[in-house]
Design a protein around this ligand. Structure first.
Ligand SMILES: [Zn+2]
Length: 241
């Protein structure tokens, strides 16, 4: 067991305080509820963006279909106009030819009516799909805004924690330089095995590392011997305060 003066041991306890603070801050940094919420929002955002891409594509398809029907109707209308002009021009006098022109116009009007019905249907679809795009866009924008705000919050919280971490790390370095190397090595070994606590205060007869009350005889022995002592129960370095 390394030799240790009371001053060394007190420094070790100070070092433990810094290490515990650093551990707490790191844990806090890794488990910010705001960061968890942000991850949720970002997943939602990705999903909404993908839904929106699909809805936009569908909307474009419907718009193309709408234009196609409009174009077809326009062509049929032009054809009807031409045939009617021929009918009423006076140039066609053959009754058979006139009859066939009339039949042609009637058939074209029927086609036009059919196309117009289809156009109406596409129009309704177009409205529905454009409503979907609008509502998805608004939902996406509002989540994007919330996510942006939360990103700032997480950044701020993280940078506050980092500032605290920097302070404690600096203090740790200062304290560490004043502790004998072999004592420090033992402390670090125990600390890595015991959930980050290598040195515990002996306070009111109780080890603050494992919260076990030491027997009176043991307490007396520790007091008498002084120097480096370890808890019989958790094996941490015990420091009387
Ligand atoms: Zn203990």
């Amino acid at each position: 067991m390394p030799e240790a003066t009371d001053a060394d041991l007190q420094k070790l306890l100070e070092l433990q305080a810094e290490d515990s603070a650093i551990k707490r801050l790191n844990e806090r940094r890794e488990s910010l509820p705001e960061a968890a919420r942000l991850a949720e929002l970002q997943a939602q955002l990705a999903e909404l963006n993908s839904d929106l891409a699909i809805a936009t594509k569908r909307n474009e398809e419907i718009n193309r279909e709408y234009s196609r029907f409009e174009g077809e109707i326009e062509l049929v209308e032009q054809k009807i106009k031409r045939e009617e002009e021929r009918m009423f021009s006076g140039n066609v006098s053959n009754p058979k030819e006139l009859g066939s022109l009339q039949a042609e116009v009637a058939s074209l009007r029927k086609k036009q009516a059919g196309l117009e019905d289809e156009l109406l249907e596409v129009m309704e679809q177009r409205e529905g799909s454009s409503d979907t795009v609008v509502s998805l866009t608004s939902e996406r924008d509002s989540i994007a805004q919330e996510s942006e705000r939360l990103t700032e919050t997480v950044k701020q919280l993280t940078s506050d924690i980092d500032a605290e971490l920097a302070t404690h790390t600096e203090q740790r370095t200062t304290i560490e330089t004043g502790i004998p190397a072999d004592l420090l090595k033992l402390y670090d070994t125990i600390r890595s095995q015991k959930q980050g606590v290598g040195a515990a205060a002996l306070e009111g007869g109780t080890c603050q590392g494992c919260h076990t009350r030491l027997p009176q005889s043991e307490l007396e022995r520790i007091k008498q011997e002084g120097g480096l002592q370890r808890c019989d129960n958790c094996r941490r370095i015990l420091i009387t305060v």
